[in-house]
Design a protein around this ligand. Structure first.
Ligand code: PLP
Length: 381
């Protein structure tokens, strides 16, 4: 029987049964508008405020610093554009390997505001140049925001956000981090990081799609990105996505409770996969700093072959879901800006495999068998 193996967890993760159950219960029983002052409204409001407590606790924030959004894209747009519009930022330092929602927000900021954008040099593993960052910060007193993701979504390289935060603190810059790929996968505490804005998205840790949050440090409040009613303490207009918010909080709570056991399982699977791939294909490359990187992601460049162009399709036919880059680009199969930035060999097909605690060693065996078959066949088209 054909298997179905889902190895695209950096694009999105399956919902946990506990999350579905909770969301179903709220959909059935709690239809109130959280802004209504009657009992149905108050019950809905309580659900949202409980969720806020859970999210705040998970990252060491205070509840007044957590704002619910429609996901990572909105959170990143809000932080970056708000910092320029409301906090007088005139210079933004970032990296060419950021997610498109950050890069395109920066382009839009550049088009509309008098702001200088600087992209740090990136080495072949995807690490930024910390000395360049420090030199830039030390060299100027222009109000500056540093925007650097925690883990790269395509190759998993981790930026040292503790070090970046220290540098920002030392030189008086603000710091935004897109932590969409690491929330729920690493313990992150905003008390230990000199961080101004931090973004999270529920569907990357087995919560629902279309919901996320932005942490805004209380010393650097920005104005709403979406104008409207007084929801989110006047910070984001629009009736709240109550099921989504509750589902996100539940998923995050479970992710934090089970972080160590999930991590150990995924790390051992990924290690097993690396070993099997290396044994099977002598000439294989792993992109990014995979040994020290995000343990849920493995970006693999296969040997040049006439099967390369069809690889993702052939894997899909075999029931294996993986990706050529980030989800937004995978449908279009455009060349990845991340792999370009690290100067990965364009003659080799790169595939991002990304794992969750639902994956098994048997699935890894199946994937390697299928890869072996695909690469041993001759192309017929
Ligand atoms: N940032 C990173 C690093 C991501 O991987 C993604 C999603 O792929 C996003 C932001 C966007 O998040 P969302 O899908 O919640 O808008």
């Amino acid at each position: 029987m054909k298997k179905s193996v889902y190895l695209d967890n950096a694009a999105t993760t399956p919902l946990l049964p506990e999350v579905i159950e909770l969301m179903n219960d709220i959909m059935k029983n709690q239809f109130g508008n959280p802004s209504s002052i009657h009992e149905e409204g108050r019950k809905a409001r309580a659900i949202i405020e409980d969720a806020r407590k859970t999210v705040a606790r998970a990252i060491g924030a205070s509840i007044g610093e957590i704002f619910f959004t429609s996901g990572g894209t909105e959170s990143n747009n809000w932080a970056l554009k708000g910092a320029v519009r409301d906090l007088g930022i005139k210079r933004i330092i970032s990296s060419p390997t950021e997610h498109h929602c950050v890069l395109h927000s920066l382009q839009s900021i550049e088009a509309h505001y008098d702001v200088t954008l600087i992209f740090l040099h990136t080495d072949q593993l995807g690490h930024i140049d910390y000395t360049q960052l420090e030199d830039l910060l030390a060299d100027s007193t222009v109000p500056t925001l540093v925007s650097l993701m925690h883990a790269n979504n395509e190759m998993g390289t981790l930026h040292d956000i503790e070090r970046v935060g220290q540098l920002c603190h030392q030189y008086g810059a603000l710091f935004h981090s897109d932590t969409v790929q690491t929330i729920g996968h690493y313990p992150l505490d905003v008390q230990d990081l000199y961080i101004t804005f931090l973004s999270g998205s529920a569907h990357k840790f087995h919560g629902p799609k279309g919901v996320g949050f932005l942490y805004i440090n209380s010393n650097h409040f920005i104005k709403p990105y979406i104008d409207g009613g007084s929801q989110e303490r006047n910070m984001r207009g629009g009736t709240e996505n109550i099921y989504g918010i509750a589902g996100m909080a539940k998923a995050l709570e479970l992710a934090m409770d089970q972080l160590d056991s999930r991590r150990a399982h995924i790390e051992s699977l990924r290690c097993y996969f690396v070993q099997k791939l290396t044994d099977t294909f002598g000439d294989i490359q792993f992109n990014g700093d995979w040994e020290n990187g995000l343990y849920t992601v493995l970006n693999v460049s296969f040997p040049p072959s006439d099967r390369s162009d069809l690889l993702l399709i052939l894997l899909d036919i075999a029931g294996i879901r993986a990706s050529g880059g980030s989800a937004c680009s995978s449908g279009a199969e455009t060349h990845s800006h991340v792999l370009q930035a690290i100067q990965a060999d364009p003659a080799r097909k790169a595939v991002r495999f990304s794992f969750s605690h639902f994956n098994t060693a048997g699935e890894i065996d199946y994937v390697v068998e299928q890869l072996k078959t695909i690469f041993s066949q001759k192309a017929t088209v």
